[in-house]
Design a protein. Structure first.
Length: 278
């Protein structure tokens, strides 16, 4: 058979078909590993990143149901959230394909209603935790078999600074956060109206003032107050708030239903938005 005859006898498209199949295999393998393999062979699970509402804890043969505010927001290398009342921050490190290691960081130290749950949650959400991921669900398991059961939850809409009544829950001094004394709990509250007037209670006396909101700050003008003599925890709280409100621009931060106001010297407060029932 002559050379032109051999070329004619070869089925058309055979070489092209083999090339396409080989390219498809390469693409499939590349896509299968996309987003997983990283430097040093370590692996990150991107579907663990997100906002999670804590449903319950199982530990010591018991199930503890979570308060509504308990949550964990997981990023690539950090986590923030609420134990149900106190807020926390933590570092998160990838640990293979099915685990992560949590190192707790700063947390608030308020006296809260369900301290049993808060304490258990803080104890479990640390160290190496294995991952059980399901549709819209995430369960983290500790070495002793205790679990944190969570469900996916979009971030809650933050309460607006104005038109919301804020109840002071804790006082900030630099890196230290302390809850309002029990005798004064719930007594200090305030609201800022859309017309830039503010008013409420400092813990004993009522007050009113002008409040100027500019970008991420609010500045209270001179306070006009009633003149009751205030002693004890309520009086001390009132003096602290009076000094804070008169210290100049306060940086505003709102997460969900919690407001933080911080002065330039690091002093400040956290306050909770009143619910509709309140």
């Amino acid at each position: 058979m002559t050379e032109p005859s051999r070329r004619a006898a070869r089925p058309r498209g055979m070489r092209t078909l083999r090339h396409v199949h080989g390219l498809a295999l390469v693409l499939a393998l590349a896509l299968a590993g996309c987003g997983k393999a990283e430097e040093g062979g370590s692996v990150w699970l991107p579907d663990v990143v997100g906002s999670w509402a804590v449903e319950s804890l199982t530990t010591g043969g018991r199930t503890l149901h979570a308060p509504e505010a308990a949550r964990v927001d997981i990023a690539q290398d950090a986590a923030t959230g609420s134990y149900g009342c106190n807020g926390f921050k933590a570092a998160v490190v990838r640990d293979g394909e099915s685990a992560l290691t949590v190192t707790p960081g700063m947390t608030t130290t308020m006296a809260c209603e369900d301290m049993e749950f808060e304490t258990a949650f803080a104890r479990l959400f640390t160290g190496r935790l294995t991952i059980d991921r399901g549709p819209e669900r995430l369960t983290l398991k500790t070495a002793d078999g205790s679990t944190i059961a969570m469900t996916s939850k979009p971030p809650a809409a933050a309460a607006p600074l104005t038109t919301t009544e804020w109840t002071v829950e804790s006082l900030i001094s630099g890196a230290s956060v302390s809850s309002v004394p029990a005798e004064a709990a719930g007594k200090a509250h305030f609201a800022i109206a859309p017309d830039s007037t503010a008013g409420g209670s400092l813990g004993c006396n009522r007050f009113s003032a002008k409040a100027t909101v500019e970008g991420p700050t609010v500045t209270f003008g001179p306070l006009t107050t009633t003149r009751m003599a205030c002693e004890g925890a309520a009086g001390e709280l009132e003096r602290t708030l009076t000094a804070l409100f008169g210290s100049g621009p306060l940086t505003v931060k709102i997460e969900d239903q919690t407001l933080t106001l911080t002065a330039a010297d690091g002093k400040g407060l956290t306050a909770k938005a009143a619910s509709a029932a309140e």
